[in-house]
Ligand binder design. Structure first.
Ligand code: PMP
Length: 354
């Protein structure tokens, strides 16, 4: 078939976002860093009450923004809500970067970054992580040029799990000009247990070029409802609101997020169970001989290197669906106690065949 429509060449060449593989009913889907817990009864009840879907949602998400603003001690204009934090990321990039500009981020990091940058027309500048899987913030600051409009810092980093420390982040911010937007992607913030980890919550007041991104998809277990939020300067978030696809949040999503915050203790208790399991899994993997970086999200990183495709197959055969990032490693979501024995068995088998 001929292809007469003139598309943007860089978009025609761009592969769509690669979602974590689906799993057969008897396998564990540990490929998308989802939360294994079903929604709380109060959330299910709120969803029933939000089913007047013949009406449009409150696109401004006024109520949820106010709840978040009160909680973070900021004004409602300093909070933005979108259909997942990835939507907000896209909006911020579109607001700040265009053709001829550069966007700096670490690599490996969240797989959506390169595509979202390409859509803006800007160029990605990827700064390799340090061997331990953490961001090389000094090199990232060095990579900032006159053309840089945005730097994305992901902590804990997806997929390696390492964090940025408060001290390292402050040094970094001191080196980045205030004209450059810094996005701190904290999708996994609630799973962090290291004391020295940066916590964006307390920082936005101090940095006029910083936006912190959070989500209800991970710790709050609402991935399917698509709710994320940002905290930052009102004028930056206003620009993000202007680039947003109108009306893309949903009323069930907004209600579920509000009720989740009302029942946060129960959700954080579940987060505690996940992080304890994560630490046990990491320790068991280390005991097998794996060099697993500090895991501060709801996942662990196995540096399988050149054996990555083989390792993913071994996991697959064991009924564990993981996310493979050849040729570096595989990322395994932690949260389902019933998956652990199989997971460790597969990891052990990979060690034997290396
Ligand atoms: N940031 C990071 C680092 C992620 O890993 C993810 C999800 N995998 C997101 C953002 C997007 O999450 P959501 O759009 O569901 O809020």
């Amino acid at each position: 078939m001929t292809a007469p429509v003139r598309l943007r060449p860089e978009i025609a060449a761009l592969p769509p976002y690669r979602q974590g593989k689906q799993a057969s009913p008897d396998a564990f889907k540990l490929s998308s860093n989802e939360n294994p817990f079903e929604p709380l009864p109060a959330v299910v009840e709120a969803l029933h009450g939000a089913l007047h879907v013949n009406r449009y949602p409150d696109a401004a998400a006024a109520e949820l923004r106010q709840v978040l603003a009160d909680r973070f001690g900021v004004g409602a204009s300093e909070v933005h809500v979108g259909a997942g934090s990835v939507s907000i990321l896209s909006q911020l990039l579109l607001a700040a970067a265009q053709q001829g500009d550069e966007v700096v981020y670490a690599w490996r990091s969240f797989e959506a970054y390169p595509g979202l940058v390409t859509v803006t027309g800007a160029t990605s500048v990827q700064v390799p992580n340090l061997p331990d899987g953490s961001h090389d913030l000094a090199a990232m600051a060095d990579a900032v040029t006159d053309r840089t409009r945005v730097v994305i810092v992901c902590t804990p980093n997806n997929p390696t799990g390492e964090i940025v420390t408060t001290a390292a982040f402050e040094d970094f911010m001191a080196r980045v000009p205030e004209t450059v937007l810094v996005i701190l992607d904290e999708a996994y913030a609630e799973f962090v247990t290291e004391d020295d980890a940066v916590d964006g919550e307390s920082l936005t007041e101090r940095h006029p070029n910083l936006v912190v991104l959070r989500t209800f998809s991970k710790a709050y277990g609402l991935a399917g409802l698509r709710v994320g939020y940002a905290i930052g300067p009102a004028y930056v978030l206003d620009a993000a609101r202007s680039t947003a696809i109108p009306l893309s949040v949903t009323e069930p999503g907004l209600r579920a997020a509000i009720v989740s915050l009302e029942h946060e203790d129960e959700l954080l208790e579940r987060v505690g169970r996940i992080t304890r399991l994560r630490d046990q899994v990491r320790q068991s993997l280390i005991d097998q001989g794996w060099d697993v970086p500090r895991a501060q999200g709801n996942f662990v990183w196995l540096p399988t290197g050149a054996q990555t495709a083989h390792a993913a197959e071994v996991f697959d055969r064991a009924g564990i669906v993981v996310r493979a990032f050849a040729p570096e490693g595989i990322r395994i979501t932690v949260g389902e106690p019933a998956s652990v024995d199989k997971l460790l068995g597969a990891a052990q088998e990979v060690v034997r065949t290396l």
